[in-house]
Design a binder for this molecule. Structure first.
Ligand code: PEP
Ligand code: MN
Length: 336
């Protein structure tokens, strides 16, 4: 249930509503918008909406039938903007994250960081724990990898995003990483999501391989409901009957999510297509469709990459694409 306060409602009016929500055994989440304060009453206990209508300066009580509340635009109408190292995602902004699939060694990640900084990127990506289909494939360098990407990023003033696969890794990630990525395979690892809800850093939540948009938003709700409001959604393609590309990149998720939620949605065209030559057209299409950011795999030597070389751009391809995207963004009233 969501309680919308009248314009000009006092702190005391708001506190009365909050106290009443708590008395009824629910949690109160306040969102202060430009024109209205909105209070979400989250929980399962029975509440009669009329009780709120009787309180001073309550404008409206909205019963929400969807199970997500805090991620919903009804709860918070203004876009959430997440800023990391000066790069913004959400609202008018299109942010960029780029880098290799995996941290392979000190030289490789250093070279990638140098190239990304040269191209104007402010956030580098790189996996240290890799969720590979085969147990025999390269699994990542673990904490050593995180240390390497941190050192390389610090050298070139970059922020870092990397995938956290389990709860026990969270303290490590907090030491080395600026955005904690939840991979597609872990989108519904609810215990992991609950722990990440207590973290004081943004979480990038990738869409599950076969997740509906509703399931994805519910997963985000887990993170917001525990107190972490900084969630970036990442569309990375879903599994369909089509096998011409690695996944089917669902660009329609952009307008759908933007209508339902205030959270920023970015697109990963690399995993979404699995093929280097599809990355530029899908990146341009994503920006045209109104995405709030992109995450693109770039490798200093894609043909030597230990993971996902075929979908990684050559550095010069990336720079050329980034310039084009910057020209396109203003056409759709966005800043990049
Ligand atoms: C990744 O971004 O490194 C990754 C493994 O992607 P996904 O979880 O979307 O498969
Ligand atoms: Mn990859």
């Amino acid at each position: 249930m969501i309680i919308v306060m009248r314009h000009g409602a006092s702190e005391e009016n708001i506190q009365k509503v909050v106290d009443f929500i708590r008395k009824k055994g629910r949690e109160a989440h306040i969102s202060k918008g430009e024109s209205h304060v909105v209070i979400g009453a989250v929980g399962e206990t029975v509440i009669d909406p009329r009780d709120f209508e009787l309180l001073d300066n309550v404008k409206e009580v909205i019963k929400i039938s969807s199970s997500y509340k805090l991620v919903s635009r009804i709860f918070k109408n203004e876009d959430t903007i997440i800023e990391v190292n000066g790069e913004k995602f959400g609202g008018d902004y299109v942010g960029m994250i780029a880098g290799p699939c995996t941290i392979e060694n000190e030289d490789q990640i250093n070279e990638c960081a140098r190239l990304m900084a040269e191209a104007g990127v402010k956030i580098i990506r790189g996996g240290a724990y890799k969720p590979r289909t085969s147990p025999y494939a390269f699994q990542g360098l673990g904490e050593e990898g995180l240390k390497m990407i941190r050192r390389a990023a610090d050298k070139y003033n970059l922020a870092v995003t990397s995938e956290v696969m389990e709860i026990s890794q969270i303290p490590q990630f907090l030491r080395y990483v600026d955005i904690l990525q939840v991979g597609a395979r872990n989108m519904q690892n609810f215990n992991l999501l609950k722990e990440l809800s207590k973290v004081d850093k943004p979480v990038m939540l990738k869409r599950g391989l076969s997740a509906t948009i509703n399931e994805w938003l519910m997963a985000a709700e887990y993170i917001l409901s525990g107190g972490n409001r900084e969630v970036i959604l990442c569309e990375r393609g879903i599994r369909t009957f089509e096998v011409a590309t690695r996944n089917t990149l669902d660009l329609c998720a952009i307008p759908v999510v933007k209508k339902l939620s205030h959270l920023p949605i970015i697109v990963d065209p690399s995993h979404g297509t699995g093929l280097r030559d599809k990355v530029a057209p899908m990146s341009l299409a994503s920006v045209a469709a109104g995405c709030d950011g992109l995450m693109i795999e770039v490798h200093n030597k894609p043909e030597c990459a230990l993971c996902d070389g075929a979908q990684s751009l050559y550095p010069e391809q990336f720079s050329e694409l980034y310039q084009k995207l910057k020209k396109l963004a203003p056409v759709v009233d966005k800043i990049m």
